[in-house]
Design a protein around this ligand. Structure first.
Ligand SMILES: Cc1cc2nc3c(=O)[nH]c(=O)nc-3n(C[C@H](O)[C@H](O)[C@H](O)COP(=O)(O)O)c2cc1C
Length: 306
C-alpha cells in the first residue's frame, strides 16, 4: 500500500497515542522500523485559535520518516484549515480521528461520535481531500451507538479517503475485551482502498493473526509502550541497545522541552521501560519517587545490567 507517496509491502505503523507518542518516541519507533508514525490527535479548532498549544505535539525529527498528523474536530471548515496549517506541512499526509471514545470528545460530536453522523463525517473527509494534495486517511472503531463499521468504512471510501485504519472495538468497549479480527476481515473484504488493522498486536503471534484478516498494514499502539523497539523485533532484528534507545528518547525531549516539564512527563515512560526488569516492584518505586532524570537513567541502567 502507499502512504504519503511511498510504497510499502506490508507497513507497520505506530498508532497515535495522546500523551505518549511525543517527538522522541516517534523518532525511536521510526529508527526501529516503524514504516509510518502518527502524531497524537490535534484539535483542528485549537490549531486555529491557539496554535502555540498544539505546536509541541507537531515537533518532528529527521529520524522520523513517513509521518502523518492526526487531526480531530466536527467542523469541516476547521479541519480543512488544519490540513493547510503551516505547522503541518512537513507531514506526508493527514489522518482524521473518527474513533476517539473519550466522553468529552464524543459530547462535542467529534471522534467516534462522527460514526453516528455519516453525512457530516463524509463532508469532513471530502472537504479535507479537496483542501490538500496530500493523502487523507480515517481512523475509526466498530461504532458508537450502533456497530455500523461496514457502512462507515464504505462511506470513507466513497468520500475519497486514501486508506482507513480500523480499531475493531466499539466505543462502549473502550480498551476492554479483544479487538474483533473477523470484523477487520469483513471491512477488508468490502473496500477497494487499503485497510490498516489495529488492535491488540503485541508480538509475532498476534501480528500473524492480524495478517490473516487480509489487511494491507498494521498499526500498533499499546504494544510499543516501554518498547519502541517492538518494530525491530517484529522485523526479525536482534541486538537492540535498549539503554541507548531510552537515552536517545530523553535527549530528543531535552532538546525541545525544559527540565521541569521533562521530569514530570518522562516518569510514565520510565515506568513502562522498567516493565519486565528484575525486582520490578522495587525498581518502579525508586523511579516513581526519583526527581532527577539523570539519576533515573542510572537506576534503569543498573537494573538492565542485572
Ligand atoms: C494512551 C493512549 C492514547 C491514545 N490516543 C489516541 C489518539 O490520540 N488518537 C487515536 O486515534 N487513537 C488513540 N489511541 C488509540 C490507539 O491509537 C489504538 O487505536 C488503540 O490503542 C488500539 O491499538 P492497540 O491495541 O495496538 O493499542 C490511544 C490509545 C492509548 C492507549
Amino acid at each position: 500500500m502507499e502512504i504519503g507517496g511511498k510504497n510499502f509491502d506490508f507497513p507497520l505503523l505506530l498508532a497515535p497515542m495522546a500523551g505518549v507518542t511525543d517527538v522522541g518516541f516517534r523518532a525511536l519507533a521510526s529508527f526501529f522500523g516503524a514504516d509510518c508514525t502518527v502524531t497524537e490527535m490535534l484539535s483542528a479548532r485549537a490549531m486555529q485559535h491557539n496554535p502555540k498549544k498544539t505546536e509541541y505535539m507537531t515537533l518532528t525529527t529527521e529520524q522520523e520518516k513517513t509521518k502523518l498528523a492526526q487531526i480531530f474536530g466536527h467542523e469541516p471548515d476547521f479541519l480543512a484549515k488544519a490540513v493547510q496549517n503551516p505547522l503541518l506541512q512537513k507531514f506526508d499526509g493527514f489522518d482524521i480521528n473518527m474513533g476517539c471514545p473519550a466522553p468529552k470528545i464524543i459530547k462535542n460530536g467529534e471522534g467516534a461520535a462522527l460514526m453516528d453522523n455519516l453525512s457530516l463525517a463524509s463532508k469532513i473527509i471530502s472537504t479535507c481531500k479537496n483542501s490538500t494534495p496530500k493523502p487523507v486517511s480515517v481512523k475509526f472503531r466498530k461504532g458508537n451507538k450502533t456497530e455500523n463499521f461496514l457502512d462507515f468504512a464504505r462511506m470513507c471510501e466513497d468520500s475519497g479517503a486514501d486508506f482507513v485504519t480500523f480499531h475493531a472495538r466499539s466505543v462502549a468497549q473502550g480498551y476492554s475485551g479483544f479487538a474483533d479480527y473477523d470484523a477487520i476481515a469483513s471491512v477488508k473484504a468490502k473496500l477497494k482502498i487499503p485497510v490498516v488493522g489495529n488492535g491488540d498486536v503485541l508480538d509475532e503471534n498476534s501480528l500473524h493473526k492480524m495478517q490473516q484478516t487480509g489487511v494491507d498494514g498494521v498499526m500498533i499502539g499499546r504494544g510499543t509502550l516501554g518498547k519502541p523497539w517492538l518494530f525491530a523485533e517484529l522485523k526479525g532484528k536482534a541486538n537492540i541497545d535498549k539503554m541507548a534507545a531510552i537515552k536517545k528518547h530523553i535527549s530528543i525531549l531535552r532538546e525541545n522541552f525544559n527540565e521541569n516539564w521533562l521530569k514530570l512527563y518522562i516518569r510514565k515512560h520510565l515506568l513502562w521501560y522498567s516493565v519486565g526488569l528484575p525486582m520490578a516492584a522495587n525498581l518502579r518505586q525508586r523511579l516513581a519517587t526519583c526527581d532527577d532524570v539523570d539519576k533515573c537513567i542510572e537506576i534503569l541502567c543498573d537494573a538492565m545490567q542485572k
